[in-house]
Design a binder for this molecule. Structure first.
Ligand code: PGA
Length: 249
């Protein structure tokens, strides 16, 4: 049985006082005995603050991005070992905003995936198609290519130690969620593609859905057989919404 994971991607939002309120509200509002694993990914500068607030809470935290390099003259970058130094469990890799706004291509995403995993972080690998790609029937080809780049660099067994997030680009921050059936179709495709290479990896890997997950659609999405939780943007900034999504698993 795969444990449901709900991870909050705060993106470039927050402040010390807002974070403190949000994290404390999540901590105190999370129902005892909830079987869903919960994680938050704050902006890097706030990771130490979040670590201090979440230590011993059972809630995990992670980074939103990392450098493909391990150390050195890379101004502005943050390495895998720095994230680990602040006890991050996860790091988001290849988010569509990194791909589209910062020019991260499949090869770079694959490099970051390998570096993260080698250091001991669990990458949350984001894949997803643009609206034009969906409309021209290329969804599977696009996702397949994004996955193949990582499989080629890291090998199939490595995927089993990671988390995949299917995030259709047209659904991110737009309020347009993929229907549970649309999402399930792609999740099943991802799992089948992996199963063709290694059935155990396919069975084990958690595939999250991301893109306008809200309290009123989370339960339906998470009930689909191949959807193992969510990567939550906007709704992760509001404690009540995030908690209700965490309790929908
Ligand atoms: P959203 O973002 O929930 O605001 O659509 C999801 C994401 O980008 O991970």
């Amino acid at each position: 049985m795969r444990q449901t994971l709900v991870a909050g991607n705060w993106k470039m939002n927050g402040s010390r006082s807002k974070n403190q309120q949000l994290v404390n509200a999540i901590k105190s509002g999370l129902r005892e005995g909830t079987t869903t694993e919960v994680a938050v990914c704050p902006p890097a500068i706030y990771i130490p603050q979040v670590m201090a607030l979440l230590q011993d809470s059972g809630i995990h935290w992670g980074g939103q991005n990392l450098s493909q390099y391990t150390e050195g003259a890379y101004t502005g970058e943050i390495s895998a070992s720095m994230l680990l130094d602040y006890a991050c469990r996860y790091v988001i890799v290849g988010h569509s905003e990194r791909r589209s706004l910062y020019g991260e291509d499949d090869a770079l995403v694959a490099e970051k995936f390998v570096v993260a995993q080698r250091a001991g972080l669990v990458p949350i690998l984001c894949v997803g198609e643009l609206l034009e790609e969906r409309e021209s029937g290329e969804t599977e080809a696009v996702i397949g290519k994004q996955l193949d780049a990582v499989i080629e660099a890291a090998g199939v067994p490595a995927i089993g130690e990671a988390v995949i997030a299917y995030e259709p680009v047209w659904a991110i921050g737009t309020g347009k969620t993929a229907s549970p059936e649309q999402a399930q179709e792609v999740h099943a495709y991802i799992r089948e593609k992996l199963a063709a290479q290694d059935a155990a990896v396919a069975e084990k890997v958690r595939i999250l859905y991301g893109g306008s997950v809200k309290p009123d659609n989370a339960a339906e999405l998470f009930a689909m057989p191949d959807i193992d939780g969510g990567l939550i943007g906007g709704a992760s900034l509001d404690a009540e919404s995030f908690l209700s999504i965490c309790h929908a698993g």
